[in-house]
Design a protein around this ligand. Structure first.
Ligand code: PBG
Length: 325
């Protein structure tokens, strides 16, 4: 009761504020998404993601070495697939010499201790731009999860440490886990996109990979953003099916979901600060309307405060710089 209790006493100096601070951030918390393209010496800026690039494998080598030097120890790989290799079955996704499989090996060779995570999804490989096999306008669940498990296995065989299914088909985590176990990949982890909402925040990413849906939208498989309880049941199911890390996506507008999960589960929760969030930060910063560094830090702390223990973010390199100054 005032004045016995004056909350401002604990805010009087930087020293006392840091002493009682509840959250902290470090380079240990980040996963760095990387966009890989065919070719050599290619570093193309993604128009809707300023300062973020698609890179060919020779330049990915330098990139992962510089990430490692900054203390960034995990990457999440995405590939841009040429149109002529796209079909309705994800054939190219299973190619042992495909771009993703080569990317995994390249990163591991350049930087053996780097944790390599891979996006497991059909959309970059799909002639329809969907995360599943399409039949008469419907995204098929069970045939898709069979292909996803094979893709996950192929990534594990190439050396991935974690596979990250981002499709939202029912039952795919169990299918992937069982196939990995059957093939002896007991230590390959699954980071499941468990509560992934059908969101307009993904638009810049779809530009980056040329993976926008060719017809319709993703609302029959990604979650309806009006719902909260559904996120909990989706996530609990993924944990039962064998997910080692679960994820909430997008990040910023979904902190309530992260918090709800943090109160109910013991499994590590990843937040994905997605492309549209990054684009908004960069655009406002370019206008001179916000202090980019300050807001990046504040936003990343908010993920931790909500209950995420790891964060996939396009700001990881900036955050490493901010944290080191
Ligand atoms: C593909 C996938 C998407 C993202 C990650 N994996 C796009 C989508 O589902 O349409 C979005 C990431 C981002 O926006 O940064 N399944």
């Amino acid at each position: 009761m005032y004045p016995l209790k004056r909350n401002r006493r604990l805010r009087t100096s930087a020293a006392v504020r840091s002493l009682v601070r509840e959250q902290s951030l470090s380079v240990d918390d980040f996963i760095v998404p990387l966009f890989v393209v065919e070719g050599s010496n290619i570093k193309e800026e993604i128009p809707s993601m300023p300062d973020y690039y698609r890179m060919s494998l020779d330049l990915i080598v330098d990139e992962v070495k510089s990430l490692w030097a900054l203390g960034l120890k995990s990457v999440l790989l995405f590939v841009k697939v040429p149109d002529l290799l796209k079909d309705n079955k994800g054939t190219e996704a299973l190619n042992p010499k495909g771009l993703m499989q080569r990317a995994i090996k390249t990163v591991k060779k350049a930087c053996p201790k780097m944790l390599v995570m891979t996006d497991v999804a059909l959309d970059p490989y799909s002639s329809f731009g969907h995360d599943g096999i399409v039949e008469e306008g419907i995204i098929l669940n069970d045939p898709t999860k069979e292909v996803l498990a094979k893709i996950a296995l192929s990534h594990a065989q190439a050396g991935a440490d974690f596979v990250a299914p981002s499709d939202m088909m029912d039952g795919r985590v169990e299918y992937i886990r069982e196939l990995l176990e059957a093939e002896g990949f007991h230590h390959t982890g699954i980071m499941s996109y468990s509560a992934k909402y059908a969101s307009s925040f993904y638009a810049p990413f779809r530009d980056a990979l040329d993976s926008a849906p060719g017809f319709g939208d993703k609302k029959t498989y990604q979650m309806d953003f009006h719902n909260r309880k559904e996120a909990i049941s989706e996530t609990l199911l993924d944990i039962e099916e064998g997910a080692d890390i679960v994820m909430v996506k997008p990040g910023m507008a979904y902190l309530d979901i992260i918090r709800d999960l943090a109160e109910q589960i013991e499994t590590p929760i990843a937040a994905y600060q997605v492309s549209g969030e990054y684009a908004m930060l960069k655009a406002a910063a370019a206008k001179g309307w916000i202090d980019y560094d300050a807001i990046v830090y504040e936003q990343l702390i908010a993920f931790k405060r909500a209950g995420a223990s790891l964060i996939a973010t396009y700001t990881a390199k900036d955050a490493a710089r901010i944290l080191s100054t």
